[in-house]
Design a protein. Sequence first.
Length: 411
Amino acid sequence: MTEALIIDGCRTPRGIGKPGKGALTGIHPQHLGATVLKALAERNNLNTAEVDDIIWGTSSQRGPQGGDLGRMAALDAGYDVKASAVTLDRFCGSGITSVNIAAGSVMSGMEDLVIAGGTEMMSTFGQGGSTSSPFIDSGNARLREVHPQPHQGVCADAISTLENISREAVDELALLSQKNAAKAIEGGHFDKSLVPVYKEDGTLALDHEEFPRPNTTFEALSELKPSFDSLADYPLDEDGTTFRKLILKKYPDLEINHVHHAGNSSGVVDGAAALLLASPDYAKANGMKPRAKIKAMANMGDSPTLMLNAPVPAAIKVLEKAGLTLDDIDLFEVNEAFSVVTEKFIRDLDIDREKINVNGGAMALGHPIGATGSILVNTVLDELERRDVQFGLVTMCAAGGMAPAVIIERV
């Protein structure tokens, strides 16, 4: 089996994902994806006719984000028609999964040059399709009885309650995320990967992270009201089913302590990212200098009812596949879907807090669902280089109680 080398990666800034409020609002998702694909081709002088495949992650595949967004973005970017593409959905894990499938294609020897990435325009949710969130209970009566799946925010509060993680702890981590993001932006830690987004008329749409709130204080966070207590009791059907009742089907005695709010939950944003992977033979023949290689990949499922707990077992599994220990990992990127996800990861695995999400996470920077995993691989790669260290582990929770994971190694 050959190696899958990471040659390069780039991403857009993340724009506030609310119609009329964010700088990327109104830009077609295909154009946003084309932005990173075009930049990747230009930065690496790609012959796009030799791109074997493009593996793209987009979770909400409806409206303007439907119709194999990866393929349409490649055509919009001016890629040769020979560069095929497929678009996948593993909910929040789509951006890691696109990287892992691309790597697997190269490692098998079947393909030599593959692009992985993703796009999510959170501001377009509901346009041209269902207005419901793709993460909440689907109303399937049989599945609801076997595997009740509440809203992810209610799950976060349930986990905090079960794990005895306090409001103070999740707020402290949220504040740290903002501080780390502010330092990273000021220090130019994202500059290597960040590419500006231009509108179709050529005017600049966005060239910087739009979501962070660097002036956040612990006092301000502590004053925010929980976001998911009233949502937990929102009636989902005529029978009076609620998200709280779905949780209680599996945890009948649980009195949920609601601790999550807008400040310690991931931000709603628009964004896209792409990574270029190649076989050693192709890279050598075309003068490409690899930056890293895929060391190991893994997928893990866990409780669909709690939904957010799979990153810990996924990390354990990918470490075993890599033949590494936690001590071997120099940097961790664990998506901050909600503060409790990362806090639980740190506590369960006794992670050094100086090694995880060192440039801030989704609470400060936002979480463009299908693109986030690819963004995190970009982020950890840049930071491994900046610190001159070797191994980075990336994982994240996904709806349905899943988590993909990947370990990359600098070369």
